[in-house]
Design a protein around this ligand. Structure first.
Ligand SMILES: [Fe+2]
Length: 289
């Protein structure tokens, strides 16, 4: 009987590499973008009223409602968050993938299922809620205004350099740093208004954390925007991350000046690819700090 021809080392290497790359491709394009990680953390807040100790605040971010993120996937995440019966739900921007009329219509339909906190919600807009680039921002301005109006008309508390008191916890929201007509003076004012109270600031873009607007604010800032880079690689990290301060990718950061930052990786995506940066729902247990 003839012996089977042996595969050369080179062919073996090429075939193994091809199989590995195909597997990684299936994972990065097909699995990880919809494989949500639920992250549980404690959030100590100075002066938190006794009635709010051990309550749950869920942060969701960067939904990117549109053609690349399916409505059924987003509805499932909304239902999961609601099933946690949170006292607070905080949303840190990029509800839409862009501000076109088509995206707005789709987003408003989904808003009916947006998860609710039993004490309250607070939200900010992100750059994608305006558009992808300045020409879209101008073209879609009316739609973005309508989105903001709808957030407030259904009680989700969209904060644009404004604050709200939710059961004794003050939440301030900043306008988007890129496209939201961000005003440092107004931002500093609203931060100053809440600084001596148990409080949290919502700001889509973590680059706002480095601006001279905080004046000793020493509580938490919750952000989104980075998507955790969407793709992270060993040794080289995340090659694409849309922030000036490349240190800001995801998770907790202690900031000079006393305030503390948490960056959520978002539920949706711009391009449908993620690697080592799973979509995230963050569940905070509030504690007295
Ligand atoms: Fe985003």
């Amino acid at each position: 009987m003839d012996a089977k021809p042996k595969i050369s080392r080179r062919k073996f290497f090429v075939r193994s590499t091809a199989v590995t790359l195909a597997g990684l491709g299936v994972y990065a394009f097909g699995i990880e973008p919809r494989w949500v990680s639920v992250e549980h953390h404690e959030l100590p807040i100075a002066g938190l009223p006794d009635s709010l100790v051990n309550t749950t605040a869920v942060q969701i971010s960067d939904l990117h409602v549109g053609s690349r993120v399916s409505d059924s996937y987003l509805r499932a995440q909304f239902a999961y968050v609601q099933s946690l019966n949170p006292e607070f739900v905080f949303f840190t921007g990029d509800y839409l993938d862009n501000g076109s009329a088509w995206h707005l219509k789709k987003g408003l339909r989904l808003m009916e299922q947006f998860p609710r906190g039993s004490i309250g919600n607070a939200c900010v807009l992100g750059n994608h809620d305006f558009g992808n680039g300045h020409s879209q921002v101008v073209a879609f301005a009316k739609n973005t205004k309508e989105l903001a109006r709808q957030f407030n008309s259904v009680g989700l508390n969209l904060l644009q350099e404004e604050s709200v008191d939710l059961g004794g916890l003050k939440i301030a929201g900043l306008k988007d740093f890129w496209f939201g007509d961000f005003n440092p003076t107004a931002a500093a004012q609203v931060i100053g208004d809440i600084a001596s109270h148990p409080s949290i600031v919502l700001s889509h873009n973590p680059d706002t954390v480095d601006l001279p607007i905080w004046n000793g604010y020493s509580s938490w800032i919750l952000c989104g925007h980075t998507h955790g880079g969407q793709c992270r690689f060993p040794l080289i990290g995340a090659p694409i991350c849309p922030v000036q301060n490349k240190r800001y990718l995801s998770g907790f950061y202690e900031i000079e000046g006393g305030h503390r930052l948490y960056i959520n990786r978002g539920i949706g995506h711009t391009r449908r690819v993620r690697f080592m940066s799973r979509p995230e729902i963050t569940v905070f247990k509030l504690l007295k700090g």
